[in-house]
Design a protein around this ligand. Sequence first.
Ligand code: 5GP
Length: 145
Amino acid sequence: MQTASGYDSGNIFAKIIRGEAPCFKVYEDQHTLAFMDIMPQVEGHTLVIPKFGASDLFSLPADDLAATMLTTQRVAAAVKEAFAAPGVMIAQLNGAAAGQTVFHLHFHILPRFNGIDLQMHVRGMGAKEVLAGHAERIRQLLESH
Ligand code: 5GP
């Protein structure tokens, strides 16, 4: 894995990229990977990451950032349709002071519904069979477009 200087490749998302840890994968290409958040703040909470090792928004080269944003746009559209969400929130945290807990750059895709608040950040684990089903639902939509 190519990395920015100072990047710690022991984090969980680096392990997922290397295939050393599992994930409920939604999409993958040469530069990016998308998978279900294991502690969803709402049904359909999906993460998009670059395969380049960058801890935050400021340390990712421009080409990888462009690829990551395109994947975020594409996957967010599929998530929106899969969950019939009237709104979609994209969130991205830089630094512990901002609430970042995994130090590999990632974009949160959060379907939003009128009157439904988000669950707390990094709290309850999602049920594996539910996450697997959601990943499959999003994958099918991506494949059909
Ligand atoms: P951050 O706080 O850094 O913006 O977000 C990290 C996100 O990664 C959290 O929403 C958390 O639920 C998620 N997360 C932490 N560990 C894992 C894991 O092992 N697998 C997956 N799929 N998500 C994880």
